[in-house]
Ligand binder design. Structure first.
Ligand SMILES: [Zn+2]
Length: 486
């Protein structure tokens, strides 16, 4: 919580059905109208049928003879409720809103951890943090944990990633399975900087990815991962954008990233690839923006930092305008992409495919798990664990909390004392889930001495020993609620 960014109060988590078209009235960006064009004569229904029939029948798109490209975009630190398509009236997100109109929007998506590296490890392995072993930034994903990129690579895809933050640098293990992993950080230029702030601006990420797209020669489909870090402080908004959102720096950064996404999607369309590319846009975690006293993220597990957007545009625009209300999880994205692309999924994952939800067949509800060890590791406080179902949030803390999301979507009125039986039931489910995960838990990978030294010089306490003392339920200790002011 070293950095504090001045923000205005965001709107609360919406529980009512939201309009499919963004109500923000924001004009489309300069490139917004270009990226989703179908070549004349291209039958739109062909990829639609391939993909949807694949998802519905259990036969993937591969079986149908066509494998779509996959573009997975992570907009770091993006709160769902700051996107126009999610109901934010002051949003300037025409490209994300268009993705929502032309694709499927998941209204309630929960990240398992509001920290960049652990959350991306979950996104790219479909495992909860105790099972992939990365519980904090600066740790390293173990070499035996299967990754989504490896799955696609193994299925004959060309794989590439372009990341905007040192936190996701290749030395932390997420590069496995990618033919190209662009993590272009010149650390000597950041001497003395907080390692969590080392980044490249989104225009460089977008340009590098566009160049890769232009130069690629492979006839194989691609799996491309783009990561924009601009919504994460410190803000590096280009001068031309700074004056557009006075007093609303977060919205301004989002508008900037939205424009870059529009630019990349236009490049995709310009090369005739839009029609056969599955586009998925999401985030690793939200941002406190002052809710619950938290400016940034990582310290708490409230929806302000654990609810993220998820937009899925199918090839050919199938299911355009669909909104899914059921609870979904970041760990579900990998299996969903696999199902839609016809790539055989791994077994034993924490996530599950949401292809049925996309096809209009709601799945039986499963709760969503979240955790943060950040207050424990860095602030001598208790770790926090949360379990959410469709209507409630339970938080395991020295003073447990319970929220009724239908009545209180902002999680501001703790009902734990008055609804003791409900709290006990959710605590029981959470305890069982954590116990099962601990059985299959992995430690983070040991860090090579040279890399550890490098990380220490950057301020990371790298190494598995840092997990000592992490038990569930957490021992009585300082409640993070009482420490936020610090
Ligand atoms: Zn992040």
């Amino acid at each position: 919580m070293a950095r504090l960014n001045g923000q205005c109060n965001p709107p609360k988590f919406q529980t009512d059905p939201l309009p499919a078209v963004a109500p923000d009235g924001a004009p489309a960006g300069p490139r917004a109208g270009r990226f989703f064009c179908y070549p004349l004569g291209m039958p739109r229904f062909v990829p639609v049928l391939m993909v949807l029939l694949g998802a519905l029948s259990g036969f993937g798109a591969e079986a149908a003879g066509s494998r779509p490209n996959v573009l997975l975009i992570s907009i770091d630190t993006l709160r769902a409720d700051r996107v126009g398509a999610y109901g934010y009236r002051r949003a300037a997100t025409p490209n994300l809103d268009r993705l929502a109109r032309e694709g499927v929007l998941f209204e309630r998506v929960i990240t398992p951890v509001p920290l960049t590296l652990p959350a991306h490890a979950s996104l790219l392995t479909s495992l909860y943090p105790p099972r992939h072993g990365v519980r904090d930034n600066g740790e390293v994903l173990g070499g035996s944990v299967p990754t989504l990129a490896e799955q696609f690579h193994g299925a004959g895809y060309e794989t590439a990633a372009f990341v905007g933050a040192f936190v996701l640098d290749r030395r932390f293990g997420l590069g496995r399975g990618f033919d190209v992993y662009w993590s272009d950080f010149r650390l000597h230029q950041f001497a003395g900087a907080d390692p969590g702030e080392v980044q490249v601006r989104g225009d460089r990420v977008e340009a590098a990815a566009e160049q890769w797209l232009r130069k690629r020669k492979s006839a194989a489909p691609f799996f491309l991962f783009l990561h924009f870090f601009d919504l994460h402080g410190p803000y590096l908004l280009p001068a031309a954008w700074r004056g557009k959102f006075p007093g609303r720096v977060y919205d301004g950064e989002l508008a900037y990233v939205d424009d870059l996404i529009g630019r990349f999607l236009a490049a995709l369309a310009g090369r005739g690839l839009a029609n056969n590319t599955l586009v998925v846009a999401t985030s690793d975690h939200g941002e406190g923006l002052g809710d619950h006293g938290e400016r940034n993220h990582g310290f708490f597990v409230y929806l302000s930092t654990t609810r993220v957007p998820l937009l899925v545009r199918l090839p050919g625009g199938a299911r355009a305008g669909t909104r899914v209300r059921g609870l979904a999880r970041l760990v579900d994205i990998g299996p969903t992409i696999c199902a839609l692309a016809g790539v055989p999924p791994k077994t034993g994952l924490d996530g599950r495919s949401l292809a049925d939800e996309i096809a209009g067949r709601p799945l039986a509800a499963v709760p969503a798990y979240s955790e943060t060890l950040y207050p424990f590791r860095h602030f001598h406080s208790s770790p926090l664990y949360a379990l959410r179902d469709q209507s409630r949030t339970y938080i395991q803390a020295p003073r447990p909390e319970l929220y009724d999301l239908a009545q209180d979507p902002g999680e501001t009125r703790d009902r734990a004392a008055e609804q003791n039986a409900v709290a006990a039931s959710l605590r029981g489910q959470l305890t069982k889930l954590v116990a099962a995960m601990q059985q299959a838990a992995r430690p983070p990978a040991p860090v090579a001495a040279q890399v550890a030294q490098q990380l220490r010089s950057l301020g990371y306490a790298a190494g598995a020993s840092s997990m000592r003392g992490v038990v569930f339920p957490p021992p009585a200790g300082a409640d993070p609620k009482d420490r936020i002011a610090l």
